[in-house]
Design a protein around this ligand. Structure first.
Ligand SMILES: *Cc1c(COP(=O)(O)O)cnc(C)c1O
Length: 414
């Protein structure tokens, strides 16, 4: 039998935690346990000041000169290079801008045009909806009989045939946290002559990613989840350097032009990753994102990932130990190397339970139809927080506090 986990044990883990000091680098309400950084990362304490400076000094006083004097023009590349360091990419292979959805569109169309003799985009059944929706939009743009095929996770590898132009996979599943083996799937795609596009929305800043180690072609990811860039933060995209000369963005805006300030009529894409920019970069959003990315880079991905594995394991073990009566079915892999940084359970009353938990000061989220999801962000979640969250969950389940009609009314955003 496993030895019983105690609150004191959790306190000891916090006392020995080399990342504990980062908790004070975030502004979080007192007493709140925030387990939703996988959906919207918390606010770094430095962000309000940095954004205020960009607004008041750079925009207010320096005005249009800031494109040069404050290097606004290179912000997408500068912050892209910092994100590159977190995902195993070269500093000139990542650029920041647009949303994850828009970046998916650019790269799906670019990939289909680079494989003109192939028609299939292969993805996962139950992938995050925008990924599938953007494939629909992209194949409608490209035409020539292109189509989407989806398969369950277990049979994806076998479905990569010679007809597949692009394999689009979300590495860490947004519901279960199940993590695909990037190197193995990439090798499999390449064997069949297909390109592969990784959605890192639930991986970047959460787990160790090695795009170039795996030989990946393309990737996208979110700025507002584990990277703590704030609501609607600009996303990022990665294109392996070997593809820079060949792949072209269908959103051929002037910021991706080789010389936007020549104001010529003909479109000529920039040489490097810059060709995947479209319009004028969102400077305020990038400034906030940079603060979040800097914090992750300073803490170090290896240390972060190690603590994440530990926090998630503790959550799984504690729910098992304290809430075995509650009918919560674990859907996240137990094996730490096979999962991202969130832990999910299935329960038919999942939505109401999550509402009751929020009322008790533990913010997780719900994913239809029946998933309770808890994100573990090592910079601002500690081991005693996990203990406390599980105690509150236990009380809610034991007292059936979730069993209220108003907790069953779905809000517009879950
Ligand atoms: C969160 C998430 C997105 C979000 O896309 P947006 O364009 O930022 O809304 C895309 N893909 C996955 C896998 C996600 O988890």
């Amino acid at each position: 039998m496993m030895t019983k986990i105690t609150f004191d044990h959790c306190l000891e883990l916090d006392a020995a935690d080399p990342l504990a000091e980062y908790r004070s680098a975030f502004l979080l309400p007192e007493g709140l346990i925030y387990l939703d950084g996988n959906s919207l990362g918390a606010l770094p304490a430095a962000t309000p000041g940095v954004v205020a400076d960009v607004v008041q000094r750079q925009w207010g006083a320096d005005l249009i000169r800031s494109w040069t004097s404050n290097d606004w023009i290179n912000a997408p590349l500068r912050v892209g290079a910092k994100i590159a360091g977190l995902i195993g990419a070269g500093p000139d292979e990542v650029i920041v801008g647009d949303s994850t959805s828009a970046n998916l569109y650019k790269l799906i169309v670019a990939a289909l045009e680079a494989r003109p003799d192939r028609t299939i985009v292969l993805s996962e059944e139950g992938n995050f909806p925008t990924d599938l929706y953007m494939i629909h939009g992209a194949i409608a743009t490209v035409g020539r009989g292109c189509r989407l095929e989806t398969r369950p996770r277990e049979t994806l590898a076998d479905a990569i045939t010679q007809e597949v132009a692009l394999v689009l996979l979300t590495q860490t599943h947004y519901k279960t946290a199940d993590k695909l083996d990037m190197a193995a799937m990439t090798a499999r795609a390449h064997e069949a002559g297909a390109l592969i596009l990784w959605d890192l929305s639930h991986s970047a800043g959460a787990v160790e990613v090695d795009l170039n180690g795996a030989g990946a072609d393309l990737a996208v990811g979110c700025g507002y989840k584990y990277l703590n860039g704030g609501p609607g933060a600009p996303a990022f995209l990665f294109v392996a350097k070997r593809h820079h000369g060949r792949l072209r963005s269908p959103l051929s805006g002037w910021m991706g032009h080789s010389s936007p300030f020549d104001f010529v009529d003909d479109y000529r894409p920039a040489e490097g990753i810059r060709r995947f920019l479209c319009g004028t970069p969102p400077i305020l959003g990038i400034a906030a994102l940079e603060v979040g990315v800097d914090l992750i880079a300073r803490a170090g991905m290896a240390r972060l990932a190690e603590k994440s594995r530990h926090l998630c394991s503790l959550m799984i073990d504690l729910v098992e130990q304290e809430c075995d009566f509650a009918g919560l079915q674990l859907v996240t892999p137990r094996e730490a190397s096979r999962r991202g940084s969130h832990v999910s359970f299935r329960h038919p009353e999942g939505y109401a339970i999550v509402q009751a938990l929020i009322e008790e000061g533990v913010i997780g989220d719900f994913r239809a139809p029946d998933i309770l999801r808890f994100g573990f962000t090592p910079l601002y979640v500690g081991f005693a927080d996990v203990w406390e969250a599980v105690q509150r969950l236990k009380t809610i389940m034991a007292d059936r506090r979730w069993d209220r009609d108003d907790y069953r009314v779905r809000a517009a955003v879950t």
